[in-house]
Design a protein around this ligand. Structure first.
Ligand code: B12
Ligand code: SF4
Length: 491
């Protein structure tokens, strides 16, 4: 079979289209790294083009692709850049087959073809191997017509295939090949060696600013990698890339708390000493938090969002303000640092609800934070709400970034300019209320944590220098450095 494919071999380009000057966090892209690993496993040779560090698109202009297959993955904020990239590819490679996937194409479906001259889009977790195999056959369109979850153009006509109805077990996937990207550039830019992992896919919750796009990406059920597979991958990252820390990208790492305990036990049993952090929903039990700390988890990021119960209820967060106070209080007691994701400008936001958020900040005192302006991304319930109620302000796709921009619709009492001011006001309160030095001292005085750190440093002797620089940077930048890790960000 492979021989047959080799005869009609196409060059395959994997393109990371990120934009350094417009991106708050910098990581090698996990979705593409996963695709690379799967294609390499099938024997395909790939050209990986990381455009993140390129201000201009000169490298795309210099590409020598002929009859190439181009794989792009992007969120809404990147649409304008993707558009420019596609235009250049079309000029250079007349027979190019350009495909896109990730959050934006999945949300927009066939409407994406109105903005972008793509040949095919993948809705969520589609098996890229099947598409590439089909493209290597003479009767490619006949083969494509059998693949679920794709929309493609055939002689200018849009063909919509049925949706994906079964998803792969995470344990059967190869480890994402993050090493295919220029990791040293990433590490140098950030000042520390950090990679991401994802140990579960999907989120069954129903928050209106986030769903149902996640269900379209990964299905409505949450899938988990087994504790063994998770720890195998952590060990692989430690051994191969000498990393300082691992950040889990799972939407809710602790959805299954027994699994978290099993992962921690496995890490402890195999004596794997690595620092890690994750994001999770409020509600993790104290016992689980204790295991996490013992196994190297030093920070948890929580979707706190608002101190107003009404805002939380209207956003269908299924969360009580008191639960936030309790879980974050347990973290403080146990000595796990807290990162709080907060939002301003949700539907119904008013001076009164902002004051409630300020009261909550005064209680939870997070170590670090970020505040986003509620952004109705395509594929979310609030996007539909904003559309139906004519609330959108005329914005470019590149402004759909809840951290760096975001006020693309008037969802609340506040005008966009007022939201930026409120964001600044909350930042001030967060910095005043934070107990950063106390939280850090807590870690330094924790004998068990320090002996864990001792073993981490034995394996990674240059870590203390980077840790000091990171901590110093974070204290100077007042709590935002963990999130805004990109010094080249355009203000
Ligand atoms: C982790 C994460 C990040 C990390 C990424 C770290 C990393 N190492 O990649 C960081 C912090 C960098 C990030 C940044 C942003 N993010 Co983000 N992020 C996520 C999160 C939680 C997980 C992404 C992930 O790693 N998934 C795991 C991988 C394996 O899946 P995947 O990327 O979807 O790829 C798979 C499939 O989709 C498919 N696929 C993907 N591309 C393609 C292409 C082709 C051709 C094919 C065939 C298949 C295919 O195959 C892949 C393997 O199975 C998602 C929510 C979610 N659960 O998806 C939000 C999410 C994608 N992010 C979102 C947003 C808004 C952003 C930011 C704009 C916000 C911000 N300012 O931080 C920026 C955008 C940055 C940019 N310029 O693109 C939104 C996107 C909404 C939208 N319509 O755009 C999401 C959906 C969250 C949400 N619900 O709002 N993010
Ligand atoms: S905001 Fe978090 S909890 Fe809510 S649906 Fe999205 S990922 Fe799940």
């Amino acid at each position: 079979m492979f021989e047959e494919r080799k005869k009609e071999y196409h060059q395959i380009f994997i393109m990371h289209v990120g934009n350094l000057s417009k991106q708050s966090s910098i990581y090698p892209p996990l979705g593409l790294a996963q695709i690379i690993a799967s294609l390499e496993k099938e024997g395909y040779k790939l050209e990986v083009i990381d455009l993140l560090f390129d201000k201009t698109l000169e490298r795309v202009e210099n590409l020598k692709g002929k009859d190439g297959i181009y794989i792009l993955s992007f969120s809404t904020a990147l649409v304008d850049r993707v558009n420019n990239i596609i235009k250049i590819i079309r000029q250079k490679d007349k027979k190019a087959f350009i495909m896109g996937g990730g959050a934006h194409p999945t949300a927009m479906k066939e409407k994406v073809f109105e903005d972008l001259d793509l040949d095919l889009i993948a809705l969520g977790e589609v098996k890229t191997n099947e598409i590439i195999n089909a493209l290597h056959r003479k009767n490619r369109f006949q083969k494509l017509s059998k693949i679920k979850g794709i929309i493609y153009k055939q002689k200018g006509k849009i063909k919509i295939n049925p949706a994906v109805d079964s998803w792969e077990e995470l344990d059967s996937l190869p480890i994402a090949n993050q090493g295919a990207f220029p990791l040293d550039k990433y590490f140098k830019l950030k000042g520390f060696r950090e990679l991401t992992m994802i140990s579960s896919r999907g989120c069954p919750h129903r928050c209106i600013f986030c769903q149902p796009i996640l269900r379209s990406l990964f299905g409505s059920k949450i899938r988990f990698a087994s504790p063994k597979k998770v720890v195998d991958e952590m060990e692989y990252l430690v051994k191969n890339f000498k990393i300082d820390m691992i950040t889990f990208s799972d939407d809710d790492f602790a959805f299954n708390q027994n699994r978290v305990i099993e992962i921690c036990k496995e890490l402890i049993r195999r004596k794997i000493h690595v620092l890690w952090r994750c994001q999770a929903r409020v509600g993790i039990k104290e016992e689980v938090l204790k295991y996490m700390k013992r196994a190297g988890c030093f920070l948890i990021a929580f979707g706190v969002e608002s101190g107003s119960q009404k805002i939380l209820d209207d956003a269908k967060k299924d969360l009580k303000v008191q639960e936030i106070i309790d879980t974050l209080g347990h973290c403080k007691k146990i000595g796990i640092l807290i990162h709080a994701y907060l939002m301003v400008g949700n539907i119904g936001e008013s001076r009164e609800t902002i004051n409630k958020t300020i009261l909550l900040i005064k209680k939870i005192k997070p170590f670090t934070f970020n505040i986003s302006i509620t952004t109705p991304y395509p594929g979310t319930f609030i996007y539909e709400y904003a559309k139906e109620n004519n609330l959108f302000i005329d914005s470019k796709w590149s402004e759909y970034d809840h951290i760096l921009n975001g006020a693309v619709a008037k969802l609340s009492d506040f005008e966009p300019e007022e939201l930026y001011k409120i964001k600044e006001e909350l930042e001030k309160v967060l910095n005043q209320e934070s107990e950063r030095y106390k939280d850090l001292m807590g870690l330094l005085l924790d004998i068990k944590f320090m002996s864990f750190l001792f073993w981490v440093i034995i394996q990674n002797p240059s870590l203390p220098f980077r840790m000091l620089r990171l901590t110093f940077g974070m204290l100077v930048k007042k709590g935002k450095a963990f999130v805004v890790t990109n010094p080249y960000l355009e203000k």
